[in-house]
Design a protein. Structure first.
Lengths: 142, 184
């Protein structure tokens, strides 16, 4: 086989393999690792809830899809099924809080109501409370 | 006769004030569709639900972005392509238990119910009717229902190439664990 043919074949093969690898990587991409990711915003639960309450449209544009690090006091811990848990944080409102969903909470007994905690998660939006998903507890922060 | 009317009116006021409302912020809605390659399965555990046991009215509201898929890419496609959750962030069900009289909320037990109402997804509203159960337990009320929805009924368009691979309808499961709203 002529050399240029060999090179051409090699290049085609290389492109094909790269394409397949790229597709596989994209297909298997993971949810962001919120425990390790750098947060887009660091805010208290009280401030975050107030922003949504005062102007839901503006707060939605600012925070939805972003990674937020929210600090506050735990009000309730609700296991919602065999693997998922919702933790709600105290805010300035009696009826509206910040609720963080942990899809697979490892060691939920490590936290309890009344704890001061920092949680990092992706902001989903606002119903009656600010809702976060894919949450992780950030240890050692008050 | 007049006294009877006044009594009925008065009783109505009392019940309206104590109109028992129950609520949850951790309601579950999941959906599922089988495909030969990979099943489509998503869970939302942050559904807000309110149940008024005096009228049988039920309302649920869910954020589309709160649906969790194990496969991150599927979640992205769901939000960006199929549901356009930036344009239509929430879905809503407003309905009522049609056979309210057959449920005794003062007695623990499980009751079969039919619920009818309006389901709004992507700003498209359709009337739905579904069977479910109401379970009266100590300190709360659990509601469960399973029903099917056809994505095209809500203008959710799935490209032809991919569409053949799924079931025509999605199986939806709703599980609400309500607790009473304290009278303030």
């Amino acid at each position: 086989m002529k050399l240029y043919v060999k090179i051409a074949l090699f290049v085609v093969l290389f492109i094909a393999v790269s394409g397949i690898l790229a597709a596989l990587i994209l297909y298997n991409k993971k949810h962001p690792d919120t425990a390790k990711a750098k947060p887009d915003f660091v805010v208290t639960a009280t401030v975050l809830q107030k922003e949504f309450e005062d102007n839901e449209a503006a707060a939605s544009a600012r925070y939805i899809n972003k990674i937020l690090e929210v600090s506050g006091t735990i009000v309730t811990i609700t296991p919602t099924d065999s693997i998922s848990t919702n933790i709600s944080l105290k805010t300035g409102s009696d009826v509206s809080s910040v609720i963080c969903n942990f899809h697979k909470m490892t060691n939920p007994s490590r936290v309890k109501t009344g704890d001061e905690i920092s949680i990092r998660g992706e902001c989903s939006g606002f119903l009656m409370d600010v809702l976060l998903k894919n949450c992780a507890v950030i240890p050692g922060r008050k | 006769m007049k006294r009877l009317f006044l009594l009925a009116f008065f009783l109505n006021i009392v019940f309206a004030v104590n109109g028992q409302k129950y609520m949850t912020k951790n309601g579950f809605i999941g959906f599922y569709s089988h495909t030969p390659m990979e099943d489509i399965k998503a869970d939302n555990n942050q559904v807000v639900g309110v149940l008024d046991i005096s009228t049988g009215e039920m309302v649920f509201q869910a954020l589309i972005k709160s649906f969790h898929f194990d496969r991150a890419l599927m979640e992205e496609h769901f939000n960006e392509n199929y549901m356009e959750s930036e344009k239509f962030p929430k879905s809503l069900f407003k309905g009522k238990i049609t056979n309210l009289a057959s449920v005794d909320f003062s007695k623990t037990g499980t009751y079969d119910v039919t619920v009818e109402g309006d389901l709004t997804i992507r700003d498209v509203t359709n009337k739905i009717s579904t069977k479910g159960t109401i379970e009266v337990v100590n300190g709360g009320i659990n509601a469960n229902s399973k029903f099917n929805i056809v994505p095209e009924d809500y203008k959710i368009t799935i490209p032809g190439v991919v569409r053949d691979k799924f079931d025509k309808s999605m199986a939806v499961t709703v599980t609400m664990k309500y607790t009473p709203i304290a009278n303030k």
